[in-house]
Write a protein that binds this ligand. Structure first.
Ligand code: SF4
Length: 728
C-alpha cells in the first residue's frame, strides 16, 4: 500500500469522521480557523462596552503560541476573554484552552488557602506559616546533612507561571546550594532543543513563522498544527496562497492533512532514517555544493561516511515508504533553494530523537538552508531564548546543566535520600508515572504548588495554592522567540500570592542573605535583562506596548525588532561560527529502532505487536489544569484508541468496542475507533485520559502510567514501543 497521498482536496474516506467534521470547508484560506473549531470559539468576541468596566492585556499560559488576549472585567470579575486582534502571529485567534481560563479562574474546586496535612485531614494555615515551614524544613536538611545536603532538596520547576516565577525559583534553589531542578519540558521536548543547541549554539528555533511565506517547500515533521496550534493554521493557508508547497510527514491523517499538498506516512520513529536516506541521495546525485557546505559545517566528511549505508532500499524497508516516494522527496528538497522544516513535538519523543534532529540540522546545513530568508527550522514546542555567545547568561546554564536531573532525582527519591520536594508541576508527565508517584511518596516533605486537589496534592504534606493567569503579572516566552508581558487583571483570591512571590520570599529565608530583594515581577525581569546581553533592549516598556510580544534577541534598545533567521549570515553561535555536526558524546549521526519497538527481537516485545503512538487533542492540555474545566469536558470523547481496519481484521473487534490498551506496564480502558486515518499495525491514543466529566475524571491516571521507561541521552520515549489490544 502506498503511504503517500496528495491532499489538494480532502478525501473523506481517508479521514476519520471527527476530523472531517472539524475540517469542514477547510479549503478556503479565510475559513481556515473556523474550519478547525468554529470561528466563535477560536476568536471569541468582545462583549459590548455596556457589559464591561475595563479591558486588560494578557496572554495565555498554556502553549508556546502564547496568544495575547484581552480580558474583559465587570465589577472586579473576568466576564470574557478574547484574542488580541493586533497580534501579528495569531491574528486575534486563540483556542478553547485559553478560553477555558475564565471558568477555571472561578472554579468552586480551586485551592485558595495554604493547607497543612495533619494525619488524614488538611488544616488551613496562613501563607506566612506555610512559607516559614518550607524554609524551616529546607534549613533543617542543611543542618542535618552539613556535608552532603545538595541532593536532598529537589524541585519540579514551575510550568504554568511567569518567567519571573521560574527565575525566582531557580535562583532560590541554586543560591541555597540545591542543584536538582527538573525542567518540565526536558522529558518530552528536550531532544530537539538540545540538538539545536549543540549543533547551532542556541536551543531556540533558527527561524520564525512569517518566513514560511518566503520559502519554496515547508516540511511538517509530525507537526499537527491544526490540532496543536490552531492559531497558526492561517499561516499555512497564507503560505499555500503564495505557492509554497507543504509536505506533511505523519503516520496519521489529521486535521492538518487538509492544509498540505502532500502527505507521506513513514512508520513511527523512522524520521531519522528517512532524513539520512535523503542526505545519502543528495551526496550520490551531487546535489550538494561541497565548497559552500564545507565552509560552514564541521563534520561534513564524517556525515558523508555516516550515511553511506542509507540506500533507498534500506530506508524504504525501515520507513515503510516506497523507494519512489523517498527519491521523489529527496530530489525535490535537493533542487529547492529555500526549505523550512517545522518540527512537531513527537519528533522529540523517541529514543532516537536527538539523532533525528541532528540529521535534520545536517540536511538543512548541507543544502544551505539554515541561514537567511525562507530557510531554517522551526521548533514550535520549545526553548527559551538563549544560548551561544550568551550561554553564560545567568540562569541559562543551570537550566541546561539540569537536563538529566529527573532520573537522578527519581533515583534519590526511591532510596529515601530526598527530604524536601518542591512540586510545582505534575509528576504524571513522566513515563511510568506510577513509579514516579511511588518515588515521590518516599520524600519526607512534599510541597505542592497547584490549583486543585489533584493526584499531586494526594502526595503533599503542604499545599500552597497558585495564582492563575489573570491574577498575576509577568513575562512569558513563545515559539516565535517572542517575549510577552501579561498584566494582572483581577485581584488574587483567598490567600494566594503572586506566582513569583513564593520563591522570592523563600529565597530570602534560605539563601544566607545572598538573595536579592524583589518587590514586583518587574524587579526580577529587569535583573535578568541587565545580566543578559541579548535582552538589553527588551525593556518592560517595549514589551508592555506590544500586542504581540517582542522577538528576541534584542541586545540594544535603539534597534528594531528582527524576526526571521537567527543566523542571517551563515554564522552560527557555536565557538567557531560553524554548524557543529561532530559531537563526540553522541558519535556519528545514525538511526536506531526506537527502544521496545515490536521490530526488536526480544520475547517481551513480540508479545506486544502493535506500535504505540499518542498525541494531544485540541480540547485538553494537562489534567492538573484543563482537566478541571467542564467547558472543555463537553468536547471530550473520553478515552479512545484509533486503529486501521487491517490491524483488527479477523480478530472480532468492531468500531465502538470497549478494549484494553495494554503495554508491558499495564492497561487502560478505551473505546475502539477503526479508521483508515492511521497506518496498519499502529495504535494512536490521546495523550490524556480525557474526562467526560471534569469532576470524576480529572484525578484519573494519565496515559503515562502505561508508558515504559525508555530514555535517550536527554528525553524520554513516549511513542514507538510495543502494545496490544484486548477485548474488555
Ligand atoms: S493553548 Fe496555545 S493556542 Fe490555545 S489559546 Fe493558549 S497559547 Fe493560544
Amino acid at each position: 500500500m502506498s503511504s503517500k497521498r496528495k491532499i489538494g482536496k480532502s478525501k473523506t474516506s481517508e479521514i476519520d469522521r471527527r476530523s472531517f467534521l472539524k475540517i469542514g470547508g477547510a479549503a478556503a484560506a479565510g475559513g481556515a480557523l473556523s474550519a478547525v473549531l468554529g470561528a466563535e470559539i477560536l476568536f471569541g468576541a468582545p462583549l459590548p462596552a455596556k457589559y464591561v468596566d475595563k479591558e486588560v492585556d494578557s496572554c495565555c499560559q498554556f502553549c508556546q503560541v502564547r496568544c495575547t488576549t484581552r480580558v474583559q472585567i465587570k465589577d472586579g470579575r473576568v466576564v470574557n476573554v478574547y484574542g488580541n486582534p493586533d497580534n501579528f502571529w495569531t491574528g486575534g485567534a486563540m483556542c478553547p484552552k485559553g478560553k477555558s481560563m475564565v471558568e477555571l479562574t472561578y472554579s468552586p474546586h480551586r485551592l485558595l488557602y495554604p493547607l497543612l496535612r495533619q494525619g488524614n485531614q488538611w488544616k488551613r494555615v496562613s501563607y506566612r506559616q506555610a512559607l516559614d515551614l518550607v524554609a524551616e524544613r529546607i534549613l533543617k536538611v542543611k543542618k542535618d546533612f552539613p556535608d552532603n545536603y545538595a541532593h536532598r532538596v529537589a524541585m519540579f520547576a514551575p510550568l504554568w507561571e511567569s518567567w519571573e516565577s521560574e527565575l525566582a525559583a531557580r535562583m532560590a534553589l541554586h543560591l541555597a546550594g540545591f542543584p536538582d531542578i527538573c525542567s518540565p519540558g526536558d522529558a518530552c521536548i528536550g531532544s530537539s532543543s538540545t540538538a539545536l543547541n549543540l549543533c547551532l549554539g542556541s536551543p531556540i528555533s533558527p527561524t520564525t513563522l512569517d518566513e514560511i511565506l518566503n520559502t519554496e517547500i515547508l516540511v511538517l515533521f509530525g507537526a499537527n498544527i491544526a490540532e496543536m496550534y490552531p492559531p497558526y493554521v492561517r499561516w499555512l493557508s497564507l503560505a499555500r496562497e503564495k505557492g509554497v508547497k507543504i509536505i506533511y510527514l505523519d503516520p496519521r491523517y489529521t486535521p492538518t492533512s487538509n492544509f498540505c499538498d502532500l502527505q507521506l506516512r513513514p512508520r513511527p520513529g523512522t524520521d531519522g532514517a528517512l532524513v539520512l536516506g535523503i542526505i545519502r541521495f543528495l551526496f550520490d546525485k551531487n546535489l550538494i555544493n561541497n565548497r559552500i557546505a564545507r565552509s560552514h559545517i564541521n563534520g561534513f566528511d564524517e556525515l558523508n561516511a555516516a550515511t553511506d549505508s542509507y540506500t533507498p532500499a534500506k530506508v524504504a524497508e525501515i520507513t515503510g515508504l516506497s523507494q519512489k516516494e523517498l527519491i521523489s522527496l529527496a530530489d525535490r528538497l535537493g533542487k529547492s533553494e529555500r526549505v523550512i522544516f517545522w518540527l512537531g513535538g513527537a519528533i522529540s519523543r523517541y529514543t532516537n530523537s536527538i539523532q533525528t534532529v541532528r540529521a535534520i540540522i545536517a540536511l538543512q546545513a548541507i543544502t544551505d538552508n539554515l541561514s537567511g530568508s525562507g530557510k531554517g527550522i522551526m521548533n514550535t514546542q520549545g526553548g527559551k531564548p538563549g544560548g551561544g555567545e550568551n550561554f553564560s547568561e545567568i540562569y541559562r546554564s543551570p537550566d541546561l546543566a539540569s537536563r538529566l536531573s529527573f532520573r537522578k532525582v527519581r533515583y534519590n527519591m526511591e532510596r529515601g535520600r530526598v527530604n524536601v520536594l518542591l512540586l510545582n508541576s505534575s509528576y504524571r508527565r513522566y513515563p511510568d508515572a506510577n513509579r514516579v508517584r511511588e518515588a515521590v511518596s518516599k520524600v519526607d516533605f512534599v510541597v505542592y504548588r497547584g490549583f486543585f486537589m489533584d493526584k499531586e496534592a494526594e502526595l503533599a504534606h503542604l499545599i500552597i495554592p497558585g495564582t492563575m493567569v489573570f491574577e498575576s503579572e509577568g513575562s512569558q516566552y513563545g515559539a516565535q522567540r517572542q517575549v510577552v508581558w501579561r498584566n494582572k487583571a483581577i485581584a488574587r483570591p483567598g490567600e494566594t500570592v503572586e506566582d513569583w512571590r513564593f520563591y522570592a520570599d523563600l529565597g530570602k529565608k534560605i539563601c544566607d542573605g545572598t538573595f536579592p530583594e524583589f518587590n514586583a515581577a518587574e524587579d526580577i525581569y529587569d535583573l535578568f535583562r541587565f545580566e543578559s546581553p541579548s535582552w538589553q533592549g527588551l525593556t518592560l516598556e517595549r514589551l508592555q506596548n506590544s500586542p504581540t510580544g517582542v522577538t528576541w534577541p534584542f541586545p540594544s534598545s535603539s534597534q528594531s525588532e528582527v524576526k526571521g533567521s537567527l543566523y542571517p549570515d551563515n554564522r552560527f553561535w557555536t565557538p567557531d561560527g560553524k554548524v557543529e555536526l561532530r559531537i563526540p558524546a553522541l558519535g556519528p549521526i545514525q538511526w536506531t529502532e526506537p527502544k521496545g519497538s515490536p521490530r526488536s527481537t526480544t520475547r517481551e516485545v513480540r508479545e506486544f505487536p502493535l506500535v504505540f503512538t499518542q498525541g494531544k487533542v485540541v480540547h485538553h492540555w494537562q489534567q492538573t489544569y484543563t482537566g478541571w474545566s467542564s467547558y472543555m469536558a463537553q468536547f471530550s470523547e473520553g478515552n479512545y484508541v484509533q486503529v486501521h481496519p487491517d490491524t483488527v481484521k479477523g480478530l472480532g473487534f468492531k468500531d465502538g468496542d470497549e478494549v484494553y490498551l495494554e503495554t508491558k506496564l499495564g492497561q487502560i480502558k478505551a473505546t475502539l475507533k477503526i479508521t483508515e486515518s492511521i497506518l496498519p499495525g499502529v495504535v494512536w491514543t490521546p495523550s490524556h485520559t480525557t474526562p467526560t466529566s471534569p469532576f470524576s475524571g480529572n484525578a484519573g491516571d494519565t496515559i503515562n502510567t502505561i508508558i515504559p521507561n525508555y530514555w535517550d541521552k536527554v528525553s524520554a520515549q513516549y511513542n514507538g514501543f510495543g502494545c496490544r489490544l484486548i477485548k474488555a
